[in-house]
Design a protein around this ligand. Structure first.
Ligand SMILES: [Zn+2]
Ligand SMILES: [Zn+2]
Length: 267
């Protein structure tokens, strides 16, 4: 009993000492915003109680979606008209995911940061962007409660050449906010695919057809899945992944990404 009481006070004192030390270090060397490198001296805290690593202006710029987004595929539109909940981009498509949600659009600061994290393998930046995405998903949690978080897989050859698994690291950041497990081992990329950005919409669908597999269908059956990627452009990749997850028995699939890569002028 005496030992237990001593252990309690020892842990409490250690924790208080670590907090005080952390506060002193932050005061002497305030952390910098991941977007603009300005000093974060105002110590804003995010919804999970951690200090936000973004200044208010960068957070606003990253999370802003200038136009209305399609409720089905998440594409941004200048003139929003979504008959039957679909836009002109996805109206003729068979969508296998139930919703697509993006933090922002692929331009401006968001584009700069995604180029930076892909080029320099900036893992802390990927985690912080993932946390921002997770906070947006948390705000929409009544609609997207999920059991598992899965990142878009990369082929082993690409992984060997560039070991940093960007989508996987973003998924870790999302998981910190949603407090749900990441299970990237449940998806595998079976063959190398061409870069989607160089292909037409029809070619993109063909490019990813049969390119992925669910490794343990029993672990997916009956589950709600959150699929995470860095950018969703045509949606062909996440749609193919959602297709095989649904075939394996997943009941609900939401595709989430840092940015939506297309913008359309009509609804
Ligand atoms: Zn900033
Ligand atoms: Zn759409």
């Amino acid at each position: 009993m005496r030992n237990a009481a001593w252990g309690f006070w020892k842990r409490a004192f250690s924790s208080a000492a670590i907090d005080a030390w952390g506060a002193a270090v932050d005061f002497a060397f305030p952390p910098e915003c991941f977007g603009c490198h300005s000093s974060l001296s105002d110590r804003r805290h995010d919804t999970s109680g951690r200090q936000s690593m973004w200044c208010a202006e960068c957070e606003r710029r990253l999370a802003s979606v200038a136009e209305k987004c399609c409720p089905a595929c998440g594409a941004e539109h200048f003139f929003a008209r979504f008959p039957q909940g679909r836009c002109s981009l996805c109206r003729g498509m068979k969508l296998h995911f139930d919703r697509a949600i993006c933090l922002g659009n692929y331009h401006g600061l968001m584009q700069d940061l995604i180029v930076r994290l892909k080029g320099s393998h900036d893992e802390p930046l990927a985690v912080q962007l993932g946390r921002l995405l997770g906070r947006k998903l948390n705000r929409e949690s009544p609609l997207i409660g999920c059991d598992l978080i899965l990142a878009t897989p990369t082929h082993w050859w690409n992984h060997w050449r560039r070991p940093s698994f960007v989508a996987g690291i973003i998924a870790e950041g999302v998981a910190q906010e949603l407090r749900r497990p990441v299970a990237n081992h449940l998806l595998r990329c079976l063959r190398r695919t061409k870069k989607q950005g160089t292909l037409s919409t029809r070619q993109r669908v063909a490019n990813v057809e049969g390119a992925f597999a669910v490794t343990q269908p029993k672990s997916v059956a009956g589950r709600s899945i959150l699929l995470v990627d860095d950018v969703i452009t045509s949606g062909a990749t996440v749609n193919q992944l959602a297709k095989i997850l649904k075939r394996a028995g997943a009941v609900y699939v939401v595709a989430a990404a840092l940015a939506r890569g297309v913008r359309h002028v009509s609804g």
